[in-house]
Design a protein around this ligand. Structure first.
Ligand code: BES
Ligand code: ZN
Length: 644
């Protein structure tokens, strides 16, 4: 099912067919868009009968039990019945123990409800069926209370012992609900198609602080009982909690950062531009609808670069490079406050509406705040990653809006949603002009605010508001090509960067021995240019030359996690053994999947080190997140199947 590392079948998709043309003449696109066979908007990944009942409010009252690695307490769901003869509510759960289920009547009286679990599905978890008792069969507003307990196996929760935190003294808990993990810490309708408001009371050990994707109070008394409210309706994948020895430092009037005290000063420095980012984003995309915007820096095992939990983005500590060079991740998570959190993909199959739009808005923010040159560099690096994915991802999954029935929303599309989505929107901006496209963006976010949308609804909206309003620029068929065909259409604008071109030229000259390493002005370069330089080196370089390069540029000792990732992938691919010890340190220092998995994969594929990759992973997996481990295991499995 995993498409990411499908190295066994090198798809015969010719990269050469991606031309560098910027022609957008309508009809210039000869190949017809494929027929769309699946335009359903139901959620492939939820059991919930949302056509019969919809949740409007969730009330949580939970105890955080570090000793037993469990949350326990109650979830109270206020639901509306929309199917007139519906009597059975179906909720999503995974690895949750239900203690009791009842309906709270308007009198306050509790009515016990019959409930049962259905069959467990490997990806979707276990449906929970709840019967409406006869006494309330005619009610349209229902309050369902579920007393429950999570399992230590909850896929959303990571319970970290003190050794895996910065301070080494207190345990830490954090959640990751996207895509379909909320159901492993709360029984609920776990689909982005339903939006809920929530309140929560969280009981923790008194010395720890709880924060949520809600109205965090930086001045909350640290007494082990924390109250939260999220007054704006959000999809379930944005429910989030973290508990630990967490402190706060302000950045600007509406922005700040939470982290363990050991990282607080470095975090406030690294993310000092967050207030400016917020203000710039508001000026460009319309009002920020969520009150404050804060950041939470997690322990190293946080599996992603960032997660856009509303009001409180969760971030990997690997962004703390000391020079603000990796803050595009903050621009990205902030931009989700519009694309994703305000206007949400209806199903995970439409994920490009979240991630593609967000990558585009991230690029727009980077242009304004850090200048065109840096934005160009990052755009080109992302494009190169997209090309790599086109080589390995099944063509059917290269569509922005693919047709599929099965699979796991955690692992099917690599960076296609992100960077192909970005290029699609850059193409529209270029073709209609920035002013026209900006007006479209503003209307889109206000017309769909606090709503959900699928790819076909987007196509219709785009057609009505842009294509038809400015005829002869882009045809509906051309847009369908973007949405439903593999690869990139001919009209895509191929990113370019002067700085990165220079770095690539230097890499070629040095590789051929035409210049000395001292002639490469790398100390004037951005970390992005260093990465491009490393990726542009010739295939066959001797160990001595690689060691010389490593020494001159300090690659093995870099404090920039992305440079480390790029370098150690090369070290593994080229079997550059003098740097293997540092490679191992890299694998132990970081937990973000993006930083470690490709290094294991490069080792496993280099023809001699699959066994070493397995051993290193066996030693290190205890410090990674379960999702990271699943992802590395599945990469190894695919490589084995491919006989690597
Ligand atoms: N929402 C995603 C993270 C995510 C995606 C979690 C899919 C679970 C399933 C987040 O906004 C994201 O895209 N993070 C990227 C940041 C990068 C593209 C700037 C990451 O973690 O690499
Ligand atoms: Zn994202």
């Amino acid at each position: 099912m995993t498409r990411k590392i499908k190295v066994c079948t090198l798809i015969a998709f010719s990269l050469a067919s991606i031309s560098c043309t910027q022609s957008e003449a309508p009809g210039s696109d000869k190949s017809a868009a494929p027929t769309v066979t699946d335009t359903r908007s139901h959620d492939y990944f939820s059991f919930a009968n949302t056509d019969q009942f919809v949740t409007q409010h969730l009330g949580l009252d939970l105890v955080v039990d570090f000793e037993n690695e469990a949350l326990h307490g109650s979830a109270t769901l206020q639901m509306r019945r929309i199917g007139s003869d519906a009597t059975e509510i179906i909720l999503d759960t995974r690895d949750i123990t239900i203690e009791s289920v009842s309906f709270v009547q308007t009198t306050g009286e509790m009515l016990t409800a019959e409930h049962r679990f259905g069959e467990t599905h490997r990806v979707m978890g276990t449906p929970l069926f709840v019967e409406m008792p006869a006494d309330i069969r005619n009610d349209e507003e229902l309050t369902l209370r579920i007393n429950y307990r999570t399992s230590p196996e909850s896929t959303a929760l990571q319970w970290l012992p003190a050794e895996l935190t910065a301070g080494l003294e207190h345990p830490f808990l954090f959640s990751q609900s996207q895509a379909i993990h909320a159901r492993s810490w709360i029984p609920l309708q776990d689909t982005p198609a339903v939006r809920i408001k929530y309140t929560a009371t969280i009981h923790t050990p008194p010395e720890l602080l709880a924060v949520m994707s809600a109205d965090n109070d930086p001045d909350a008394a640290r007494d082990g009982k924390y109250e939260f409210e999220m007054p704006q309706p959000i999809p379930s994948y944005l429910l989030a909690i973290a508990v630990g020895n967490i402190y706060f430092a302000p950045i600007g009037e509406d922005t700040g950062v939470y982290s363990e005290p050991e990282l607080l000063e470095a975090s406030a420095f690294e993310f000092a531009d967050t207030q400016t980012m917020l203000e710039t984003a508001e000026a460009m995309f319309g009002p920020y609808q969520w009150g404050r915007y804060d950041l939470l820096i997690l322990p190293p095992s946080f599996p992603f670069g960032g997660m856009e939990n509303p009001r409180l983005s969760f971030l990997t500590p690997s962004l703390l490079a000391g020079d603000r060079s990796l803050v595009s991740v903050v621009a990205h998570e902030l931009a989700h406050s519009w694309s994703g959190n305000l206007v949400t993909n209806a199903t995970w199959r439409d994920g490009w509406l979240n991630e593609g739009w967000t990558s585009y808005l991230e690029h727009r923010l980077m242009q304004v705040i850090y200048g065109e040159a840096r934005a160009d560099e990052e755009n080109l690096l992302s494009y190169r990653e997209l090309l790599l994915d086109f080589e390995t991802i099944n063509p059917a999954m290269q569509a922005l809006a693919p047709t599929f029935e099965h699979g796991n929303p955690d692992d099917f599309q690599g960076v296609i949603h992100y960077h192909k989505g970005n290029l699609f929107l850059q193409y529209l901006e270029h073709t209609f002009g920035r002013d026209v496209f900006d007006a479209f963006i503003g209307d889109y976010f206000s017309d769909f605010a606090f709503g959900t949308i699928n790819s076909e609804q987007f196509l219709d909206y785009l057609d009505e508001n842009l294509l038809s309003a400015y005829p002869d620029k882009v045809s509906r068929e051309q847009v369908k090509q973007w949405l439903y065909a593999p690869g990139l259409p001919d009209n895509a604008l191929i990113p370019t960067s002067k700085n990165l071109d220079t770095a690539a030229e230097m890499a070629a000259l040095w590789s051929r021995g035409e210049i000395d390493i001292a002639d490469v002005p790398s100390s004037d370069w951005s970390p992005q240019a260093i990465r491009y330089f490393i990726n542009s080196l010739d295939g066959d370089l001797s160990t001595e030359r690689l060691s010389e390069l490593d020494r001159a540029l300090g690659l093995s000792d870099t404090s920039n996690a992305e440079i480390g990732r790029t370098w150690f992938i090369q070290v593994a691919q080229r079997q550059h053994r003098p740097a293997y010890e540092k490679l191992e340190q890299h694998l132990r220092r970081y937990g973000r999947t993006r930083l470690v998995r490709p290094v294991y994969v490069a080792l496993a594929r280099n023809g001699s080190d699959f066994e070493l990759a397995r051993e290193l992973f066996a030693e290190t997996r205890a410090i990674y997140h379960p999702l990271t481990n699943i992802s590395i295991e599945s990469s190894f499995r695919l490589l084995e199947e491919a006989g690597q």
